[in-house]
Design a protein. Sequence first.
Length: 426
Amino acid sequence: MTVIGLVFVVVGTSLFVDPGAYASFEAPKRLVALAGAAVCAFAAFGLGRGAFGWVRAWREIPLPARVALAAFSFALLWCGIAAVASPFRSASLDTFRTILLYALFVPLGATRAAARGKGLLVGSLLAATAANAALSLAQSRGHSPFKLQTFGTRNETGALAGNVGYLALALAIGAVLALGLGLSARSRPVRAAAVAALLLFLAGLVVNRNLTALVSLAAGGVVLLAVRFGRRSILAMVAVVAALAAAAAFSAPLRHRIAETAGMVRAGDWDRLTTYRTGAWVAALDMARERPLLGWGPGTYAAEFVPHRLQAEIRARRRYVNPLLTSSYSEAHCDYLQAFAETGLPGGLAAIAAFAALVAGLARRTADPATSRAERAILLGILAAGAAAALTWFPMQRPISATPLLLAAGRSWRIAAARREEAFPP
């Protein structure tokens, strides 16, 4: 029941749309994620089933996994305190309830049910991502099953994600997963399917020309190869870089985008280089500076963006103006800065500490024969891709990317916390 529910969530957050809704793409995906999290959590932990098993075994859990769990719990607790203390308490508490539901994907990813059904979950994620990639390629050739009312043409290849940025991040995560499977699968058909999916995802990334997603893929791929092959990974990394360079060379739009980016770097035009994210970042920093202990409460960034951007401009004696149509920001375009702005220094530092301890605990299993080196490499690659994307985007705030990342974090914690081979059912 738990695995079927998680498969429904993974597929739904990738493919569900509602043409009659105001937010045709985002609203149904968010509904699937939140309702699915609640239903799956009840199926997995309802009536006390397995809910306190980890607490009873607390002393047997390795230290990094304990630190990760404690920091994660503290971050959620502090987020709740920040919501209660927020100047926008009602709206902030609503956002906090949403965060709690999303957070359920971490323990769900750590369950034995998810471990037993990981093949089904991986297959459903790759299949759903492949459907989006194929539709995006068709849209790039002028074939689309629906019409979009957008400014410009860029989002016309967003497939069922509705936004090329969200789609590109999903493709980057899927590409890391497909790369890991292609390198480690024992079954020849599975390996062939993984390679085909990887090529399809790379084609989708080339079409959408999203540099954040390409950097995320590069980060995830490098980490995956380094963990999987150790010192032998240099040649594999060179091959990955060569493949990305070839894709850029043969794609005129991507080649133009890279050349344009290089020109901005040489000119020191950092505002254009970051697509005018500097205003969003300085606003988040100003919010954290004004309320360093509790922040402004979860979900308050959009309301406070303009006044704090103006305050930052006065302090810096310069303008942070976005001349594009998207001149206002609902997100800081950096999950780390937004955490500090909305939950203060304790909340932001606790979230970073939880992630760092999780990665350290997972990396420590490299010499443990009880764990699969291939699975560990894939998980670390996915986490690295998400961490890189969070620097200039907000993958933890969109269902299409947050769901697989949180499930991967839960599975990673399960591996980091286990002591015996029996903890990892086949």
